[in-house]
Design a protein around this ligand. Structure first.
Ligand SMILES: NC(=O)c1ccc[n+]([C@@H]2O[C@H](COP(=O)([O-])OP(=O)(O)OC[C@H]3O[C@@H](n4cnc5c(N)ncnc54)[C@H](OP(=O)(O)O)[C@@H]3O)[C@@H](O)[C@H]2O)c1
Length: 300
């Protein structure tokens, strides 16, 4: 086994014997729309001091409206998961202003449609930047503070973090990477009192598909030998979102709340029966308890 030299000084923030006082505080990324927005409102409703972050706070209109409608207060702050300085500043600001950080919800993410021959390596790197390295930046900045509170690190992955899907090679690779990282981190984080969970939605009716910004006909026209397959894939996907079979953002956010509040949340939480059945086609250990039972014993 090789152990690389430490690149961070973990002694800078120790496990403080006195847990900070005041309401439990959660930081959520990507709250301009969709699951992040719904999770922010649900967490505030459940009594959490909720720090809802966006890469562009000017896009907080829908979030503020939803919070006002629900009669809850939300602390809105800037955080771009791909910008380490912005991540560090946001996490430090929360701890400075609220005195504690009890949970992080890595929700920010972006879809991508492509396939090996039709996309550049640079595009794949971009997908990894948001969906994988973004999660890493936030988790690394937060973990010392989560240790101080015995907190929770929650990441919205996808059924695509377990099952690879056509024309989603880069997206699924990023989500698989997050799942592998978090499954490996979970037993280690547990030794310092931090719980780790991943949330696996199937289709959710959010801005996710619109945000991919896909000119469908142009893409199909440029897809050469893949045109027929791409058309079938897109038609199936669009019908999932237009025929009402997609879950509501509030439904997916309920699983985030479960990971935040359950006494002992599972490592993996699928957000619908369909997502449970789909991931179950690959996972003998659907909620991750069997694997963590084994790997947890290696470090206890
Ligand atoms: N919808 C689905 O069918 C589905 C299924 C499985 C998993 N998921 C996952 O669920 C999570 C939430 O997605 P959603 O469905 O709620 O879609 P969404 O409505 O598009 O929300 C995605 C959020 O991520 C934010 N974001 C993107 N890049 C960011 C960055 N660099 N820094 C900070 N925030 C960034 C977006 O902000 P902007 O407004 O600034 O773009 C937006 O607030 C994602 O991780 C996604 O992969 C979604």
């Amino acid at each position: 086994m090789s152990v690389s030299p430490a690149t961070s000084d973990v002694s800078a923030v120790t496990n403080d014997a006195s847990v900070p006082t005041g309401p439990r505080t959660v930081l959520i990324t990507g709250t301009s729309s969709g699951i992040g927005l719904a999770a922010a409102v649900a967490a505030a409703r459940a009594g959490w001091r909720t720090v809802a972050t966006l890469r562009d706070p000017a896009r907080a209109g829908a979030l503020r409206e939803a919070a006002a409608e629900a009669g809850v207060e939300i602390d809105v702050r800037q955080l771009d998961v791909t910008d380490p300085d912005s991540v560090e500043a946001a996490v430090a600001g929360v701890v400075r202003d609220h005195g504690r950080l009890d949970a992080v919800v890595n929700n920010a993410g972006a879809g991508h449609v492509g396939t090996l021959e039709l996309e550049s390596v640079a595009e794949v790197r971009e997908v990894m930047e948001v969906n994988f390295f973004g999660v890493l930046h936030v988790s690394k900045a937060a973990l010392p503070h989560l240790r101080a509170t015995g907190g929770r690190l929650i990441t919205v992955t996808s059924v695509g973090g377990v099952v690879g899907q056509p024309f989603n090679e880069a997206y699924c690779a990023a989500k698989f990477a997050v799942e592998g990282y978090m499954e490996s981190l979970a037993p280690v984080a547990a030794t310092v009192g931090v719980g780790v969970s991943v949330i696996e939605p199937g289709a959710v009716a959010t801005e996710f598909v619109n945000n991919i910004d896909l000119d469908i006909e142009a893409r199909i026209a440029a897809a050469g030998p893949y045109a027929g397959a791409l058309r079938s894939y897109i038609e199936r996907t669009v019908s999932q979102f237009t025929e009402g079979s997609a879950q509501t953002p509030a439904g997916a956010a309920a699983s985030v709340l479960e990971a935040l509040t359950a006494e002992k949340p599972a490592f993996r939480l699928q957000t619908t029966e369909w997502a449970a059945a789909f991931t179950g086609t690959k996972l003998a250990d659907r909620d991750g308890s069997a694997v963590l039972g084994i790997t947890g014993a290696w470090v206890s």
